[in-house]
Design a binder for this molecule. Structure first.
Ligand code: G3D
Ligand code: MG
Length: 188
């Protein structure tokens, strides 16, 4: 596993006193697995080999439970999502900022998840990944493409990032810790 930068490490260790369940989602190829490699994995809890639905549950740090899966083009699997989303305290949505051909698809998938009753008010961190690639849209453009400004009853934050060099990952995790704690103190 990749080494922990101090920022990522600090943000992750703050979960010890505030256990949380986080869903990390995004289209395939967005960079989820690459981000996970930036965390030191204490344990992989389960990988459930459902045909056509590869969901991983892992705990990079005491108190933090992450469920991770690829979205897109799998309508049959949507009923399963809801099962995994129950009790979720926060969402990390990872976007390939250089793949504007699929940004509309990314938006639709994100909205499908956020529109489920389980996800009411649950805060969102968007990682505008792959900023190193030519033609990547910055986080303010990605926010527009995803329609984030239209979300009124949900806290959201977006960060520019590059998972391959770690830029923005610590900041994203810090924001996540902050808004999830606020959410839990109000709604849980
Ligand atoms: P996923 O888990 O969301 O499906 P991955 O996505 O983490 O497997 O990443 C898909 C590909 O994008 C990988 O390349 C990975 O190295 C690359 N990638 C992830 N983040 C970045 C980034 O910030 N910048 C660039 N340039 N590439 C990134 P491969 O070649 O292994 O398929
Ligand atoms: Mg992956």
């Amino acid at each position: 596993m990749g080494s922990l930068t101090s920022k990522v490490s600090k943000a992750l260790s703050s979960w010890k006193n505030c256990p949380a369940r986080i869903a990390m989602i995004g289209l395939d190829g967005a960079g989820k697995t690459t981000i996970l490699y930036r965390f030191k994995m204490n344990e992989t809890l389960t990988t459930i080999p459902t045909v056509g639905f590869n969901v991983e549950t892992l705990s990079p740090m005491k108190g933090l439970t992450l469920t991770v899966w690829d979205m897109g083009g799998q309508d049959r699997m949507r009923p399963l999502w809801r099962m995994y989303l129950r009790g979720t305290d926060g969402v990390i949505f990872v976007v390939d900022s250089a793949d504007l051909e699929r940004i509309q698809e990314a938006k639709e998938e994100l909205m499908r998840v956020l529109d489920t009753p389980e996800m009411r008010n649950v805060p969102l961190v968007v990682v505008a990944n792959k900023q190193d690639l030519p033609g990547a849209a910055d986080s303010s453009r990605i926010a527009k493409y995803l329609g984030l400004h239209q979300m009124v009853s949900r806290r959201w934050v977006i960060h520019d990032a590059c998972a391959t060099n770690g830029h923005g990952i610590g900041e994203s995790m810090e924001s996540l810790a902050k808004i999830v704690k606020e959410f839990k103190s109000k709604h849980r």
